[in-house]
Design a protein around this ligand. Structure first.
Ligand SMILES: Cc1ncc(COP(=O)(O)O)c(C=O)c1O
Length: 454
């Protein structure tokens, strides 16, 4: 039996961690988890304040999800989706078709958010070559500044956050880029109530000029997550749908983060009654238990891929584990739990409590802004309260606050100077109070230390 120090060493030396500077990585090795709590190999527990990177929906170790996976294991752990199906994944496809907006009913499965966004991009491209009135000149994509759609080369190409992908720039394809519709960037003379109109006018100007070459507009509806939880103005998404329809550009909604209830509706698109052409889901689809993602589309796109084998019209894409039945079983159990417990409908109460904590945090001398949509929240740290005067990057203010929170038993992961709060929806009143209080105290401690150092 290896010792804890051996495990820690192997985790540090052999396990190359994602988006982690290994030279400064201080190992934190989790052994088990229950509810919102992660337990490390030393027995210390940490409140999972970011749902294990925005995916754990209903808590760790949920007996119903665990049991669904176990039962599936007794039937079949994996069978391919290339040329055959399996019972559980068929059930899930039907279930997703039932809950997806509008007539979205054909589900292509992958394992991660990045890969499913690649699928959506390629599906859009191939569609325009095979639809009834082909437009093969549509080979470009429209995407937003500050967008994040994943780390594979296609999804990174449509991403718009330099610090993630700048180094790979020579490998990425060109994208038609619009500035993020961030109400804070409005020019003088345009007030916040006109924000959607202003950004939609920008979109229309681009579409008028370039719609003939644009296959699809990919965006994170309502909230650009990795940008630091940047919220779009109300009405923007609806307007995007109207304009993309008008100019024959497909709309890809990347709901990898927003899907499955966190915003207070099942999908972010539901807030503005939008039916995209392709809806991309991932992360919480399995409750955050197993890797699964899905691109769901409507018959008009799907039918363009039908023909005999020799026609070459089949979709040219596939992943070995796409639609894995163990993951599908976890997803079915998750959807059951969401529906039975009316989890999404009941989100208001906990979101209200989170809102109260954000009000308290907003009063802190080093909090510039707070943002919230349902159970997704962000706290922006700035040198002075309410001012958008950032700390110098070398201070790594949010990183330091997260280290302090960890010392106090709360696990968070920052985005630049932004602290993200996104616990599992199952968090209790007391646990959320603990999270809010720890965050407040951690900001206090770190900023007080900095003042003392200055
Ligand atoms: C909006 C969005 N799309 C796609 C992805 C990529 O998902 P994955 O990490 O599962 O590849 C992420 C990851 O955070 C995301 O936030």
């Amino acid at each position: 039996m290896p010792t804890n120090s051996e495990i820690t060493h192997w985790d540090h030396h052999h396990h190359w961690h994602a988006f982690t500077q290994m030279a400064e990585y201080g190992p934190l090795v989790i052994e088990r988890a229950e509810g919102v709590w992660l337990y490390d190999i030393e027995g210390n527990r940490y409140l999972d304040g970011v749902s294990s990177l925005w995916c754990n929906l209903l808590g760790h170790g949920h007996p119903r999800i665990n049991e669904a996976i176990r039962q599936q294991l007794d039937s079949v752990a994996h069978s391919t989706s290339l040329g055959m199906g399996n019972r559980t994944t068929a059930l899930l496809a039907k279930r997703l078709a039932d809950i997806a907006p509008g007539d979205l009913q054909h589900v292509f499965f992958c394992s991660d958010g990045s890969s499913v966004n690649e699928v959506a991009l390629k599906m859009a491209f191939q569609y325009w070559r095979q639809c009834e009135e082909p437009r093969p000149q549509k080979t470009k994509y429209l995407a937003l500044g500050q967008a994040y759609h994943g780390d594979t080369l296609g999804s990174a190409s449509v991403g718009g956050i330099a610090r993630f992908h700048e180094i790979f720039e020579p490998l990425l394809f060109d994208v038609v880029r619009l500035p993020a519709p961030d109400p804070r960037t409005l020019p003088v003379g345009v007030d916040k109530p006109q924000a959607a109109e202003y950004f939609l006018a920008q979109l229309e100007a681009v579409l008028v000029e370039r719609h003939e070459e644009i296959a699809a507009f990919i965006l994170e509806p309502l909230i650009q997550g990795a940008a630091g939880m940047l919220f779009h103005p109300a009405g923007y998404l609806h307007g995007v749908r109207e304009l993309t329809t008008k100019y024959h550009v497909l709309l890809i909604a990347d709901e990898i983060v927003t899907g499955f209830g966190r915003t207070g509706k099942m999908f972010a698109c539901d807030h503005e009654d939008v039916v995209p052409d392709i809806l991309c889901l991932g992360k919480s689809i399995t409750g955050g238990y197993l890797p699964l993602s899905a691109a769901i589309t409507h018959p008009e796109i799907y039918n363009a891929f039908l023909g005999d084998a020799a026609s070459g019209r089949a979709f040219h894409h596939g992943h070995t584990y796409g639609g894995n039945p163990l993951a599908a079983a976890a997803a079915l159990a998750t959807i059951d739990l969401l529906e039975e417990g009316q989890v999404v409908e009941k989100i208001g109460e906990r979101a209200g409590q989170l809102g109260s904590w954000l009000d308290r945090l907003a009063a802190h001398p080093h909090v510039g802004a707070t943002r919230q949509h349902g159970m997704i929240a962000a706290v922006e740290l700035t040198t002075t309260q309410g001012e958008e005067e950032p700390f110098p990057p070398e201070v790594r203010i949010a990183y330091r606050v997260c280290r302090e929170a960890l010392r106090r038993g709360v696990w968070l992961r920052p985005l630049g100077d932004v602290l993200v709060i996104m616990p599992p929806l199952s968090i209790t009143v007391d646990e959320l109070d603990l999270l809010g209080d720890t965050l407040l105290q951690s900001i206090d401690t770190v900023t007080a230390e900095m003042s003392a150092d200055a």
